[in-house]
Design a protein. Structure first.
Length: 75
């Protein structure tokens, strides 16, 4: 599990995971019917990326998101 605290960290996670899975940006966007521009912006950490489209990318990559509170983290 990885802690993600910013759009930039989320973008890096998605990029690294996509590459680990051996997918190009074009292959992933074809798979989930998203625009390549959206994926480029997301991987660069665009702060205004649409949450629904982010979940579409997650689904295409097989990523499940789990949330916790600071209290859960012991902070």
């Amino acid at each position: 599990m990885q802690k993600i605290s910013s759009p930039k960290e989320l973008g890096n996670f998605i990029r690294n995971f996509r590459k680990k899975e051996g997918l190009t940006q074009e292959e992933l966007t074809d798979l989930v019917f998203a625009s390549r521009r959206f994926l480029i912006d997301l991987e660069r950490g665009k702060e205004t990326a649409q949450i629904g489209k982010i979940f579409t990318i997650f689904e295409g990559l097989g990523i499940t998101m789990h949330l916790s509170t600071r209290k859960d983290d012991g902070a």
